[in-house]
Design a protein around this ligand. Sequence first.
Ligand code: CUA
Length: 326
Amino acid sequence: MNSLLGLILPLASPDLVNGPGGMPAQASTFAAEVDDMYWLINWICVFFFVLIMALMGYFMWKYRARSVGESAASTTDHNTPLELLWSIIPLAIVIYIFYYGFQGYLHIMIPPSDAYEIQVSGQKWSWSFQYPNGYIDKDLHAPADTNVRLVMTSQDVLHSFYIPAFRMKHDVVPGRFTKLWFNATAGDYQVFCAEYCGDEHSSMLARAVIQPRAEFDRWLEDAANVIDKLPPAEAGKLLFTQRGCTQCHSVDGVAGIGPSLKGIFGHQQPLADGSSVLVDENYIRSSILMPQSQVVAGFAPVMPTFQGRLKDKEIAVIAEYIKSLQ
Ligand code: CUA
């Protein structure tokens, strides 16, 4: 069900269809360049398809057999000028496509040195974005009309970071860093994972929120300080959504990929190995840092570790939030 929604929901996102020719919005500096190349190749294909089909039809009619058993009028099997012509014209076309395609590729792959840097991490099945001040969010926020560089890596399997409106896609690989850059116009755009990465691949989504620089700076400062300003349970609730916990854990008692966290605090939880454990702050902490060590009965051991991605004080407020879900 979740996967089905993941397929349908993005189709409703207006930024995916409101560009020229029904394409996604052109929201980055190289979107128009990519589209021009796409349409050029598309129209070359249409032109030759129509030409070849028409000639084929015409020749079938022209050289049809007029009586049963009639032999061919000519046995010519070679025409040098014609063969040169149909070799040289396509060669010139593919060289042209390669030249401009490769220039566009270099433009997209080489980030400008002055770019604002954001760290991207992919993990089954959510994205996280870390800003220069250390703050982490599940959505990409970035300043508009500014060169932004993404340094990306995966915590588990292959993912692929994809923003159709930016005409930007690149594999996100465990154990190494891949890079992308963009310069985008203000707006709210859809982010996808474009590499099959497991059951919930299709719901591995995020938003790309592009704001004017001053607005972005204000957002980042507020977002980074909000944990300290809120009461612990509320801060925990905010982190719970921001870090993508909601992808797998509901708080309404309905189990998703992971168990629902409603009303578990202070109760015994049956585990997959047949034992049971009391849900307290320690159990929550160990479930976040070493999720495979005590898997709840009836669930697959698929939760990734948040070691190094959640600080102690953040784990503490998340525990306070889970405690409040009675
Ligand atoms: Cu991550 Cu598909």
